[in-house]
Design a protein. Structure first.
Length: 282
């Protein structure tokens, strides 16, 4: 009996050992795959590792809002609805088309532009005009490359270089940036986040992804995504400088108007945190 028990015990030890080994190997493979995906999905805007960013609630703590409440004869209703339209990856041949539509509705929006496109003289006029018309031009990095920004940790250097390019065109020193692929997981790295804070950069993600970046995006798919995602009083909508977005924009504006939203542009003194890294410092 004693022998049988010790055989049983040995089998238990071996089986447990194998299970533990399988878990460790599985974990390592899973981590490698995630890392690979992080590097490979460069052309889309979605954070590569974090699945679905949790819905961010924007606090109504912005200065202008309270100043307006303080100066308004009739305080603004508590359920005031505000939408920030944001456009990434420009400037492009679509910048002027977007601002033309926005001007027709007297709406100012927030643009996040890439260094390589800002260097293209073809678009300089459109960037200058967008800035003069009251749109906010923020930085979206030089390379848009995950590895360069988050693995080699060039995030701050790239954003500062992009900010200087924007300043050379618009004469404005704008500190709000948008992290390519979103701020998580990239800026969840403490060292990198501290650098961003020290550089006095602010980082905005979004709480509605219009999915206009998808290859098969259509005006119908974009509009239906936005409609189903619109659930809060403060919405920051991620869009891109694309033909399909230009085509859909009038209907997007119409939708938010029909829901009682007013349109605002990002303002340095109205900053509130809107990031997947859940940091109040950026
Ligand atoms: Zn982008």
């Amino acid at each position: 009996m004693g022998d049988l028990n010790s055989v049983k015990t040995s089998w238990k030890v071996i089986t447990t050992g194998l299970i533990v080994l399988a878990i460790i190997v599985g974990g390592i493979i899973g981590f490698k795959v995630e890392q690979q995906q992080a590097v490979l999905t460069e052309s889309t805007e979605v954070a590569p590792v974090v699945k679905e960013p949790s819905k961010i609630v924007a606090p109504r703590n912005d200065k202008q809002h309270y100043q307006r409440q303080a100066t308004h004869k009739n305080p603004l209703p508590k359920n005031e609805k505000i939408v920030y339209l944001t456009f990434d990856d420009g400037p492009s041949e679509y910048t002027a088309k977007l601002t033309e539509i926005l001007a027709q509705h007297n709406i100012q929006a927030t643009f996040f532009m890439q260094g390589v496109n800002l260097k293209n003289k073809k678009f300089t006029k459109a960037v200058k005009q967008a800035s003069q018309e009251g749109h906010y031009i923020g930085a979206h990095s030089m390379t848009h490359n995950y590895n360069s920004l988050y693995v080699q940790k060039n995030f701050v250097a790239e954003m500062n270089e992009t900010i200087q390019l924007i300043k050379s065109i618009t004469s404005k020193d704008h500190r709000l940036v948008r992290a390519p692929y979103g701020s998580a997981p990239g800026l969840q790295n403490k060292e990198l986040l501290n650098e961003v804070v020290s550089a006095k950069l602010k980082v905005w993600d979004w709480n509605i992804d219009s999915m206009d970046w998808a290859r098969n995006a259509t005006p119908e798919s974009i509009l239906s995504t936005i409609k189903s995602e619109t659930t809060q009083n403060t919405e920051v909508v991620l869009m891109h400088e694309k033909a399909v977005t230009v085509d859909t924009l009038p209907r997007i504006i119409q939708f938010f108007k029909s829901q009682g939203y007013s349109f605002e542009v990002y303002g340095t003194y109205d900053h509130f945190p809107m990031n997947f890294a859940h940091s109040k410092k950026i």
